[in-house]
Ligand binder design. Structure first.
Ligand SMILES: [Ca+2]
Length: 493
């Protein structure tokens, strides 16, 4: 229909699949489709994941917005507790049931590119979707930003489409933010159900986080309803309605993005609670509590329906905490910046029976990794050309050794009001991190093992490491055909 496949092999495989599924009805027929897709390993995997008679586990992916690395209340690693002010008992419960990652990264320090990286398994630089939609223009800046792509192309075979093709019922709840034109919205990118996903990156109705939502993909609830509560209700309803078949639920909260708005009774609770030097905004804390309650509503529904042991649950945020609303200490910086506070995220994967409950992983991972990870977990053959920038995290989840990864890269050729340093590229290799600022091509080098807070620039004292990472970053940019900013002819000062 609307879709033009980028890779012939994917098109053929998918058509072959749909053909095999055609006319099939019910779980048994779908299982056959699963066998056709997964090959002989399927039976072993069923035993391994203890999923009983069902062919494939459910997937629940929960994405928070602008939620910082230390906005949780569980221990974040490196000897640091979580927030002493915010409360996330349900996210903490999820962490206790799964594996949490201390060094998990968003592919971009702003919204839309990270969301696209989850959906495609590709770096934002490769798909030229490198800024939040519609971005920020600074006509008199030193650099002119490239002509980037303001939507996620329909040619991409999203993780939702990959799952839908083998019989998953798919649902998007919450924020999408991957194109202004409705042809790019969730229902055209693999989701059977769309509750709330459209062009907007934040609530746009006159009530903002309260009804009226002004959202063409979410009918208003009763007066006073709070959007984050509603997202949890919609997610739980979808689970209830699809409990008997494999489903993929992507609950992408609008929270805790601005505008900072929350329910009065919860705000009052935090106003009465002692704050900490880092965290002291009662309304932001109340937003977090509501988001956490929605996570709890989903977890409770899975348990109530006795499918929690048959459901993979992922939690992640799309970029770092917004400075001025929260504080990412000990990490430097925040949203829109190259420093750890802009890109390092809380992340949890619960894989019942496989990933050890309460385990902690410090291997660097990135949001492009979810696509191949999910395919491997549910036993779909990898689509290497699609999720070319992701690596399956299954070896980490199975605790069978490290990933075979050279480095992780970022490319943000944009200005942003929250970033006083300007457009940049960055690379993390092992515990070393290099940032290159494009206005003057100045580089900074940090050793994250000794300097998590990125306070000591080693670019001058470690020239070999600086040049090694700089060369890798440059080669990577060329390999993905990254769009670079150019000198701005209108720049005067
Ligand atoms: Ca965001």
């Amino acid at each position: 229909m609307k879709r033009q496949f980028g890779q012939t092999d994917i098109a053929i495989n998918r058509r072959g699949f749909l053909k095999k599924c055609a006319g099939a009805a019910g779980g048994i027929a779908l299982s056959k489709c699963g066998l056709a897709a997964g090959g002989v390993l399927l039976s072993n995997r069923i035993l391994e994941s203890r999923v009983g008679q069902r062919a494939r586990p459910n997937i629940v992916f929960i994405l928070a917005d602008d939620f910082g690395w230390r906005d949780v209340s569980y221990d974040v690693g490196y000897g640091y507790s979580g927030s002493g002010y915010y409360e996330t008992p349900n996210i903490d419960r999820l962490a206790a049931q799964g594996m949490r990652f201390t060094d998990a990264y968003a592919a971009c320090p702003v919204c839309s590119p990270t969301r696209a990286s989850i959906m495609t398994g590709k770096y934002p630089a490769r798909i030229h979707l490198t800024d939040w939609i519609n971005g920020h223009n600074r006509p008199d800046a030193k650099l002119k930003i490239p002509d980037w792509t303001h939507y996620m192309r329909l040619e991409e075979v999203t993780i939702a489409e990959a799952l839908k093709a083998v019989g998953y019922k798919t649902c998007h709840v919450g924020k999408w933010h991957l194109g202004d034109d409705p042809i790019y919205w969730p229902e055209y990118q693999g989701f059977d159900v769309n509750k709330g996903g459209w062009k907007a990156g934040s609530p746009k109705g006159s009530g903002r986080y309260f009804v009226p939502y002004g959202n063409p993909r979410l009918e208003d609830g009763p007066p006073g309803e709070y959007l984050t509560d509603r997202e949890g209700i919609e997610a739980a309803n979808f689970i209830e309605q699809n409990k008997g078949r494999p489903f993929f639920l992507y609950m992408a909260h609008y929270a805790v993005h601005t505008p900072i708005m929350a329910k009065e009774d919860i705000i009052d609770k935090y106003k009465a609670k002692p704050s900490t030097p880092e965290h002291n905004n009662a309304t932001y804390a109340a937003m977090i509590q509501s988001m956490d309650e929605a996570v709890g509503r989903v977890m409770d529904k899975l348990e109530e329906l006795n499918i929690a042991d048959h459901t993979i649950v992922v939690f992640m945020s799309d970029n770092g905490g917004l400075l001025g609303k929260t504080n990412n200490t000990p990490l430097r910086g925040g949203k829109a910046q190259a420093y750890e506070g802009g890109i390092r995220e809380p992340m949890i994967i619960k894989w019942p029976g496989i990933a050890k409950a309460g385990s902690v992983c410090s291997e660097p991972v990135i949001s492009t990794d979810f696509y191949p990870t999910i395919l491997e977990i549910v036993n779909i053959a990898p689509k290497h050309q699609q999720h070319i920038d992701g690596i399956s995290l299954a070896p980490l989840l199975r605790q069978r050794g490290p990933l075979n990864r050279d480095a992780i890269y970022w490319h943000y050729p944009h200005y942003h009001p929250q970033n006083p340093y300007g457009p940049f590229g960055a690379i993390r290799k092992g515990h070393w991190k290099l940032i290159e600022y494009y206005e003057d091509m100045n580089v900074e080098l940090y050793n994250l093992k000794d300097d998590l807070s990125e306070q000591t620039d080693l670019a001058q004292s470690e020239p070999a490491k600086r040049d090694e990472l700089g060369n890798l970053l440059n080669a990577w940019r060329q390999s993905v055909n990254a769009q670079m900013p150019t000198p701005n002819p209108n720049y005067t000062s």
